[in-house]
Write a protein that binds this ligand. Structure first.
Ligand SMILES: C[S@@+](CC[C@H](N)C(=O)[O-])C[C@H]1O[C@@H](n2cnc3c(N)ncnc32)[C@H](O)[C@@H]1O
Length: 234
């Protein structure tokens, strides 16, 4: 959960929007693409009906676009509160001739009717909102019962891998941010929120306390560097 005011979080993403995709590839050595594909595989596995999907905190839209690549007849609505991030998605979707609905929306107050979507996704977004429980409840509210809320978020690896991960997040990412995005603040903020955000069982407890899901499960990726969480909506 982010204690940084929403306006500052929005301004931070606006300042890195144009470099966001490149930085993501470099920071994760391209692994975020594999994890996003896994998120979609798990969504397909657990949802009975998945033709009408909401992607929350879409940013530059990797997940939203991949959802359509995965199933071209799918209707995808991509939302974010940062116009500059959505502008990059608009450019990408036009270039690739992919049609989707792009809408400005705050993840804490989704402006959609109850049960409007078959399922919903959020990738690396929930740790940036002021209250993840409210965001989870909102996502579950707009998804029909039996649908899936699928979350991809950073985690904290344990054991030996934790030392490498700390070096990576505390030194490598801010260095890259300074070198390539001229923005050491943004790339210090992003890993610091990853370090403080609950992951694994701790995040499952938040999902459980939301009382929005009939079942929940966590899938660690690369020793817990990232996690995929699946909640089946009650
Ligand atoms: C790290 S980016 C993730 C983008 C994309 N989902 C991905 O996986 O690459 C986080 C995104 O969350 C958005 N975001 C943060 N807080 C938000 C909020 N309260 N409502 C809507 N979007 C929010 C930011 O604008 C940013 O685009």
């Amino acid at each position: 959960m982010s204690e940084t005011p929403k306006s500052e979080v929005r301004a931070l993403f606006a300042s890195i929007a144009k470099k966001y995709d490149l930085m993501n590839d470099l920071i994760t050595f391209g692994l975020h693409r594999i994890w996003k594909k896994r998120l979609i595989s798990l969504l397909n596995k657990f949802s009975a009906q998945n033709l009408n999907i909401l992607d929350v905190a879409s940013g530059t839209g990797d997940i939203a676009l991949s959802l359509i690549n995965d199933l071209p007849e799918r209707k995808v609505t991509a939302t974010d509160f940062c116009e500059e991030m959505l502008d990059v998605l608009r450019e990408k979707s036009q270039k690739r001739s992919i049609h989707l609905t792009i809408q400005t929306a705050d993840a804490m107050t989704l402006d959609f009717a109850d049960n409007r979507f078959d399922s919903a996704t959020i990738g690396y977004g929930i740790r940036n909102v002021p209250d993840p429980m409210i965001c989870l409840k909102e996502m579950a509210r707009v998804v029909a019962p039996g649908g899936v809320v699928a979350i991809l978020e950073t985690g904290k690896p344990t054991g030996l891998f934790n030392i490498l991960w700390k070096l990576h997040t505390k030194l490598f990412i801010p260095f890259l941010g300074w070198l390539l995005a001229s923005n050491i603040e943004a790339y210090t903020y992003l890993p610091s929120t990853a370090a403080s955000f609950p992951s694994g069982d701790n995040f499952l407890r938040i999902m459980d306390s939301s009382s929005a899901f009939s079942s929940i499960k966590a899938y660690p990726q690369l020793f817990g560097v990232s996690y995929i969480y699946i909640g089946i909506v009650k």
